[in-house]
Write a protein that binds this ligand. Structure first.
Ligand code: AMP
Ligand code: MG
Length: 484
């Protein structure tokens, strides 16, 4: 099947060297007419990839029609709790891991094609993706990277020339995802549920070597994952990100954000915001994300417990570790909020000051991103325009000014620090939807403009000023879909 290609990927496929029961070897299924939508050349350089100069050949690679030399394509198996309900076997149902590359600096990355055709784990699915979710993941994952938030990355998007049937007939597409690894909480759960201690030990060793080399064993690994997730969720919340489907199979061991399905950024701030059409009870609402992380990490702890010979002692130790999430998250979250408010020192009342602002924002329909960006500007009083009742802002503002007076740094330095953490532009949902609609109609210009607008989200950029704006009446997107 695969034609020769001039591409070079520096593969070293360590996951493929794990025991057979970790995966099924599975090549991507070729598509009819690969068409290049986007390729992230900066990321390709960072990974040490050599891509063909020819666009058609590049499209064939990212469609899965041509395999770069050294690829060892496979579908990973995992399990997971989806909306709290246990699924003993999931797995890559529409994704194929081409392999791992070792970048020039020694860092190791998975390269995965998503939408690459059926695998043994496809269940009733077709193994395919359509252009909408592919572009959504491309845009939002790269936006998160530009916001300095740990995330999987977008290397390429191609159309397939095939039609995918969902609610209607839609253009098929393949997304190329780059990740520190695709190992999930659900990967541990899969082997724990089978009492496969040998596999669990191998998985734990693999994750330690790959992600947390300082860890000495399963207890350290759990501790490291808890720390990474506490930090990640705080960072999400600091930019108003709602993941939308924090199932245990969608939570990485590495601490990277993964699986951009029904995710979205808040426009107006409200802690109860839910976008996902299938999240009927708000399980994965904005402010619920830390609690859900704890729930997921408790599942990881339960799986890792299988590796602890003294079960009683293990339960005590792991319970303490999981219970420790709350304090670790709070420390991260308070740090994020202090930075957003330009506070270089920590004082006991700082979290209350931040929460008071958030409560007033929620009551007043204030736009999350624009409010904090306005506070970072030369005239922070402009933030009051975001509030239905601006006097609700004024009362808070006076307290903040008093607090800032206790800071050593000058105003200009503080503003610069605030502008480096409070973005001007996020991947607003109505923009993402506009891009998808245009792309399905054959126009990629809005996609390219949006990518340019989001590449440097902390810089003032008059050319892309409109991308800082919230949706107009009639542009609000209140429901998002998994797009599977
Ligand atoms: P997700 O909601 O994207 O995390 O997917 C949940 C599970 O459903 C995973 O095991 C996916 O591989 C599988 N899945 C989602 N979409 C498809 C599809 N179109 N074909 C086959 N499997 C799918
Ligand atoms: Mg998933």
């Amino acid at each position: 099947m695969p034609n020769a290609t001039s591409a070079h990927f520096p593969f070293d496929n360590s996951y493929a060297r794990l025991p057979d029961r970790f995966f099924t070897r599975q090549p991507p299924s070729p598509v009819t007419a690969p068409g290049l939508v986007a390729v992230n050349r900066a990321l390709a350089d960072r990974l040490g990839l050599t891509l063909p100069t020819d666009e058609a050949e590049t499209a064939r690679i990212f469609a899965g029609n041509t395999l770069p030399a050294g690829a060892a394509p496979l579908a990973q198996v995992y399990a997971g709790h989806q909306f709290g309900g246990w699924s003993p076997q999931l797995g890559d149902g529409r994704a194929v891991l081409l392999g791992e590359v070792v970048a020039p600096d020694g860092a190791r990355f998975d390269i995965q094609l998503k939408g690459a055709g059926p695998t043994p784990y496809s269940r009733r699915g077709d193994g395919r993706a359509w252009l909408g979710p592919v572009l959504r993941e491309y845009i939002v994952s790269e936006a998160m990277a530009a916001l300095n938030i740990p995330t999987t990355r977008a290397l390429a998007a191609v159309t397939t020339g095939d039609i995918v049937q969902r609610d209607g007939f839609l253009p098929g597409a393949v997304f190329t995802r780059v990740a520190a690894s695709h190992i999930r909480v659900g990967t541990f759960q899969y082997f724990a549920a089978r009492k496969d201690i040998e596999a669990l030990q191998a998985l734990s060793d693999h994750c330690i070597a790959r992600h947390f080399p300082q860890a000495q064993g399963p207890a350290d690994l759990l501790d490291a994952v808890i720390g990474a997730q506490a930090r990640l969720i705080a960072q999400w919340m600091g930019v108003g990100f709602v993941h939308g489907v924090m199932n245990t199979d969608n939570m990485t061991i590495s601490g990277e954000t993964i699986d951009y399905g029904p995710c979205a950024f808040l426009d107006a701030y409200h802690p109860d915001t839910v976008f996902s059409s299938i999240d009927q009870f708000g399980r994965y609402a904005y402010a619920n994300q830390p609690q859900i992380a704890v729930w997921n990490l408790a599942q990881l702890a339960t799986a890792l417990l299988t590796l602890i010979p003294d079960r009683e002692a293990g339960i005590e130790m792991f319970t303490a570790a999981v219970n420790g999430f709350a304090a670790r998250f709070d420390a991260e979250w308070h740090g994020v909020l202090r930075a957003k408010l330009g506070l270089g020192t920590a004082q006991p009342d700082d979290p209350a000051l931040a929460f008071d602002l958030l409560a007033r924002m929620a009551d007043n329909g204030a736009d999350f991103t624009r409010s904090f960006r306005a506070l970072s500007g030369a005239d922070p009083r402009q933030a009051r325009d975001e509030f239905i009742d601006p006097t609700a802002f004024d009362a808070w503002f006076a307290t903040w000014q008093d607090r800032l007076a206790q800071e050593g740094a000058g105003d200009a330095a503080r503003r610069a620090r605030m502008q480096a953490v409070n973005p001007a532009r996020i991947a607003r949902n109505h923009r993402v939807e506009q891009v998808i609609e245009a792309a399905v109609a054959g126009d990629l210009a809005p996609f390219e403009t949006l990518m340019a607008a989001l590449a440097h989200p902390f810089d003032e950029d008059p050319a892309h000023a409109a991308y800082a704006d919230p949706p107009l009446d009639g542009e609000h997107v209140t429901r998002t879909f998994c797009g599977t």
